[in-house]
Design a protein around this ligand. Structure first.
Ligand code: ADP
Ligand code: MG
Length: 395
């Protein structure tokens, strides 16, 4: 997807107010009706049509009709615009350069901030995939609120930023986080190439050990990357690895932690065998090597990315098979799944009175006892380290 930085320059105050009004309106309306836009933008009803038409022409919003009324929605370009506007006000983005990556779930650009230093802008785009399986995961969301691409992409960016900050503070080899807004993060531009592009290396054993050590070090800090593979490991010219792309990170206390840990380990083993013909009998095992000594998972949980948001994002990602490991054929062997509880056996708690919108965050409404008013008679309740409530159906 193109990112039209020029659009930033040609936006009047009124255009911006209308766009913002549609964003606010979408917190509780899938399609925002014109009278609400007029009210939220504090512009005269008669006057807003001109701005709406203009925003549609510039493909920042789209009109759509429900059975009851015609209204408007933000499209990605409009959401990009709002995020860029905020990031540029803060000085983190002054100009947008070349696109360097198009992921399944993101667009990546080189940008420069007010300090003229180059950096990377990653725009999370979760809804680019269809929302095909979300129906089965409706329980995580209020019935009147569909899990929009906007909401899920924002959660994904918030999660990645929260993890990047904590990992960076603790000396892990990750990009330096610079800023985050809506579905966007700004981070250090790395002078490094994805492992996937590297055909030959001098000492595969050395890199192999470094990567396995990294998996173990993360686990000792309470974390599993969850998508640890040749796409998400960048290699500097001196051969050292850097880890990117964290929206799937889970705590080592997660119900499926062992599965995710083994999948990360297997991705590296398989890749090294296939690409470099390198095999080792030594590789980390969850039971032996993942003993937690530090609490980074808890620190992330304390960083403002709430347990409810974590649960919603996880449910969405599982249903949509987000992530490289979920689609690469070598991701895991079928038989490894056997010990794992199936989707039907794990029931995550849903929050009935909290739609997770920004309004809740702003008013500081907490939701501590997710499962309190639901029927728990046939479930065992556990909490993982991120505070997610996990209700496991009794056999
Ligand atoms: P996705 O979630 O779409 O997989 P990633 O975060 O893995 O996105 O990034 C996709 C690609 O963009 C990477 O493989 C890498 O080539 C490039 N990239 C991402 N972040 C950086 C960065 N900080 N510096 C340099 N290149 C990056
Ligand atoms: Mg990636």
């Amino acid at each position: 997807m193109k990112l039209d930085a020029k659009a930033l320059r040609y936006m009047s105050t009124e255009d911006f107010r209308v766009l913002t009004a549609i964003e606010i309106g979408s917190r509780n309306h899938d399609i925002v009706p014109a009278p609400l836009i007029a009210q939220l933008s504090r512009l005269r009803s008669g006057g807003i049509n001109k701005f709406i038409t203009d925003l549609i022409k510039r493909k920042l919003i789209a009109s759509e009709s429900s059975s009851k009324y015609v209204g408007y929605k933000l499209v990605y370009a409009g959401y990009d615009y709002l995020a860029l506007k905020t990031l540029s006000k803060r000085g983190s983005v002054a100009s947008v350069g070349n696109q360097i990556g198009v992921g399944k779930e993101s667009d990546i650009f080189v940008i420069a901030g007010d300090n003229e230093e180059q950096a990377v802008l990653k725009l999370h785009r979760l809804g680019r995939l269809s929302f095909r399986n979300v129906k089965n995961k409706r329980d995580y969301f209020r019935p009147d609120q569909s899990p929009s691409w906007m909401y899920m992409s924002r959660l994904s960016a918030m999660k990645e930023y929260a993890f990047m900050q904590v990992l960076h503070q603790h000396g892990f080899p990750v990009p330096k986080p610079i800023d985050q807004n809506r579905h966007c993060i700004v981070m250090e531009l790395l002078d490094a190439h994805p492992l996937r592009q590297i055909e030959k290396i001098g000492e595969p054993g050395k890199l192999y050990s470094e990567l396995m050590d990294l998996i173990v070090r993360l686990a000792k800090h309470g974390l599993i990357h969850g998508d640890f593979n040749e796409f998400n490991i960048l290699i500097r010219d001196d051969g050292s690895p850097i880890l990117i792309d964290f929206p799937q990170m889970v705590s080592t206390s997660h119900a499926n932690a062992e599965f995710y840990f083994n999948r990360d380990v297997d991705c590296i083993r398989t890749f090294f065998k296939r690409r470099f013909g390198y095999e080792s009998v030594l590789y980390p095992k969850f039971a032996l090597d993942a003993n937690k000594e530090f609490d980074l998972d808890v620190q992330v949980a304390a960083s403002g990315f709430t347990k409810k948001e974590q649960t919603q994002l996880e449910a969405f990602m599982e249903s949509e098979q987000v992530g490289d490991s979920n689609t690469t054929p070598h991701s895991h062997d079928e038989e490894e799944d056997e010990d794992l509880p199936s989707d039907e056996e794990i029931v995550y708690a849903d929050d009935n009175d909290n739609d997770g919108s920004e309004d809740d965050r702003e008013t500081g409404r907490a939701n501590e006892d997710d499962a309190s008013d639901s029927d728990d008679d046939d479930c065992d309740i556990e909490y993982d380290r991120l505070g997610n409530t996990i209700r496991r159906k009794r056999a």
